[in-house]
Design a protein around this ligand. Structure first.
Ligand SMILES: Cc1cc2nc3c(=O)[nH]c(=O)nc-3n(C[C@H](O)[C@H](O)[C@H](O)COP(=O)(O)O)c2cc1C
Length: 224
């Protein structure tokens, strides 16, 4: 950890397909910055970018099926160097078919040295089913010599079955929240709420305070 003379340094590595994790990460980083932390954010970019929305039900089912089997998505090389002295690494991104997303799986395969020997806090954006994703991340991080922390989990707070249907149709390109859609009566909004984004910023502030004090408590979690 940094001494009181040095700023806290946090590396955030994240992937976001439909923009939700991006906003969460931005707000978390703002909260960390409010408390004087130096934050380097790097978005993981697939080598072959995935269009959002995919534009067809067939492509949506195919992506869900392949991610169920933990298909890796090749990624572009990272800009961040391997030997930098981070006090904390934050690994953020969506749940895909009960798993980490394909680009994050490839990141873990390719850059274990960014995690090894460091505390790594997981941030998960999901519709509602995140626990298998978290258990997998925790296992992988532990095996590569990192200390997994968290998770910080943000779900979509809409009622079922609409949130599941809503996400499926949104990815397929049929905007279910649009007033012309018959689903809009039940599904008014895709993704997280402004209150959840505000909570991410507050978590960033608390996190920086813990880091300045020397360590993050093992019960530092945010779970719906
Ligand atoms: C291929 C695919 C599979 C998904 N599978 C799950 C899932 O198993 N559980 C879940 O809660 N959400 C699932 N989701 C929903 C996303 O996790 C959710 O929409 C998240 O907020 C997206 O974050 P992003 O905008 O940063 O990509 C899936 C989304 C996609 C694209």
């Amino acid at each position: 950890m940094s001494t009181s003379l040095q700023p806290i340094r946090v590396l955030i590595l994240y992937y976001s397909y439909s923009g939700q994790s991006s906003v969460l990460v931005r707000r978390l980083a703002t909260g960390l910055g409010d408390q004087g932390a130096v934050v380097h954010q790097e978005r993981i970019c697939p080598l072959h970018p995935l269009r959002f929305p995919l534009g067809s039900i067939f492509k949506t089912i195919r992506l869900m099926l392949t991610t169920f089997f933990r298909r890796r998505h090749p990624i572009q090389p990272l800009e961040v160097g391997e030997g930098e002295p981070w006090d904390l690494v934050i690994l953020g991104g969506p749940t895909w078919s009960w798993n980490a997303s394909g680009p994050i799986l490839r990141l873990l395969d390719t850059y274990p040295q960014l995690f090894r020997g460091r505390p790594v806090l997981a941030l998960i954006s999901c519709r509602g089913y995140w626990s298998t994703h978290w258990h997998y991340l925790r296992r992988r991080l532990t095996r590569m010599g990192a200390t997994p922390l968290g998770p910080l989990v943000f779900d979509h707070p809409q009622a079922e079955p609409w949130r599941t249907l809503g996400v499926f149709f949104k990815i397929a390109g049929i905007a279910p929240e649009r007033s012309s859609s018959p689903l809009s009566r039940f599904y008014r909004h895709f993704g997280h709420t402004p209150e959840q984004f505000e909570a991410a910023q507050q978590l960033g502030r608390r996190l920086a305070t813990h880091l300045k004090a020397g360590s993050i408590p093992p019960d530092f979690k945010y779970i719906p």
